[in-house]
Ligand binder design. Structure first.
Ligand code: SF4
Length: 253
């Protein structure tokens, strides 16, 4: 298991972009910035042995809780250095308040719509599973059907999670009257929008391959596009949010 000194030494390396993993899509396999991501390097060092890559392997969970323990230790140390008392940050009132905010976010129209999208996608795949995988094996040009499915499946629930995070962040920011820019809610909304852009493109690929011009696909694309516009309206600064490590490198994302 990585010890605290090793973790500290690794964290101090200049190649890492601070906070790069806060607004990414967690798709490390397809990430162009793995070499600049501390999160990725920790996982690689910890799990490079193929045996431990199996998530069902008990050692994986032990390692994970080991990292969590070390990270919490580090957090406590840093908090002390910054004069923050972590113990006083938690109270029953805060817990109640957090619950209420979570409920408010879950009930928000955007969150319900995002959830509807993941259900729509699930139903659509459920109805066509067999046909789909047969066609997927046959399609090998440009963006393949398999790749399109992979993209949709990766973002299917991610979109809901990020829209919820954005909405919840907005509630917090409004309550605490943060008017700082950039805000975390804009960052979450931006990665949700990127996930929607990519999903729409992937659905378009599926439509191209679908022999009978499947009308269900058009409905899903239209729904997702409507959701995207609603999120853009609710978070007008989201598109211009600069995600560390991504948007500075590629502004055309
Ligand atoms: S920044 Fe890239 S490597 Fe790091 S957690 Fe996100 S997707 Fe994975």
């Amino acid at each position: 298991m990585m010890n605290r000194d090793r973790l500290k030494k690794l964290a101090a390396e200049k190649r890492f972009i601070p906070g790069i993993y806060n607004y990414c899509d967690r798709w490390c396999e397809r990430c162009p910035q793995t070499s600049r991501c501390l999160n990725f390097s920790i996982s690689e060092e910890e799990f490079s042995d193929p045996e431990t890559k199996d998530i069902r392997n008990e050692a994986f969970w032990n390692k994970l809780s080991g990292i969590l323990g070390e990270t919490l230790e580090l957090l406590k140390e840093s908090a002390k250095e910054w004069g923050i008392d972590l113990e006083t940050l938690d109270s029953t009132n805060d817990t109640e308040n957090l619950k209420l905010k979570k409920m408010a976010a879950e009930d928000h129209l955007l969150c319900r719509a995002a959830k509807s999208y993941s259900d729509l996608a699930e139903d659509w795949f459920g109805e066509r599973e067999t046909l789909f995988f047969e066609t997927a094996a046959a399609a090998r040009e440009g963006v393949s059907l398999e790749e399109a499915i992979e993209v949709i499946r990766w973002y299917q629930y991610f979109i809901t999670a990020k829209v919820m995070r954005a909405v919840r962040g907005k509630i917090d920011e409004e309550e605490e009257r943060f008017d700082e820019f950039p805000s975390d809610s804009d960052g979450s909304a931006k990665i949700a929008l990127i996930a929607m852009d990519r999903s729409i493109s992937a659905w378009a690929v599926i439509r191209h391959y679908a022999a009978d011009g499947d009308e269900g696909v058009i409905d899903i694309i239209a729904f997702l596009d409507g959701l995207k516009q609603a999120v853009e309206k609710a978070f007008p600064n989201a598109r211009s949010f600069i995600r560390p490590g991504f948007d500075r490198v590629d502004q055309n994302e």
